[in-house]
Design a protein around this ligand. Structure first.
Ligand code: FE
Length: 197
């Protein structure tokens, strides 16, 4: 039986990361793999695409046992948004459904954080975050009447990493660990997850 899309992506990224690639290579080769995964929106299990009325949801799709990467479905109800936050590891954000608006934030001399220009991601597009260059941002569902979903890939087990949210005006930092909303991860070998490329 042919591998499903998510399994194909997991295999591709695992193979790529075996070579300890540079971030530049991850953002080229790894990005291509993610673009293939999100090309057609027909594979994300229904249970992992459900919005919450109050909070955006983070559903774990797969985590590498060696913590080299994790894949997370972010589901945003209308107008939901993140606080200003960091990641501490590289990340790629692939738009699967709807549209999201992102803005990077930059630390100023007085300790506050200022937003750069915001940009919109449409289905099929991939944005990145990197602790070396642009690790702090805000992401929002850009639609007021629809759910938006993006597939995030990080260079670590993002739900277990201690990171920070920032008050942009004062620069005050609060540590948090996000965890994941789902108690179970999808079975990548189940026929329902075997939509071929
Ligand atoms: Fe983020």
């Amino acid at each position: 039986m042919q591998d499903g899309k998510l399994l194909t992506f997991v295999k591709g990224l695992s193979t790529l990361l075996e070579t300890s690639p540079s971030e530049t290579l991850i953002f080229s080769k790894g990005k291509k793999l993610l673009e293939t995964l999100i090309e057609v929106d027909d594979w994300l299990p229904e249970e992992l695409a459900k919005p919450h009325p109050e909070y955006y949801q983070q559903y774990l799709l797969y985590a590498d046992p060696l913590d080299r990467f994790s894949i997370v479905s972010f589901v945003w109800g209308p107008n939901q948004k993140t606080p200003v936050h960091n990641h501490t590891v590289w990340g790629m954000v692939g738009q699967l459904r709807g549209q999201e608006r992102s803005a990077n934030y930059y630390r100023q001399a007085d300790g506050s954080y200022k937003a750069g220009e915001s940009f919109v991601c449409h289905p099929g597009q991939v944005a990145t975050v990197s602790p070396d260059t642009h690790d702090i941002h805000v992401v929002a569902n850009d639609l007021s009447d629809q759910t938006s979903i993006s597939i995030h890939v990080y260079g670590g087990n993002i739900g277990r990493i201690e990171r920070a949210v920032f008050d942009p005006a004062s620069g005050a930092e609060k540590l948090f660990v996000s965890g994941y909303a789902n108690p179970f991860v999808p079975n990548l070998w189940h026929p329902s997850n075997n939509k071929a490329q």
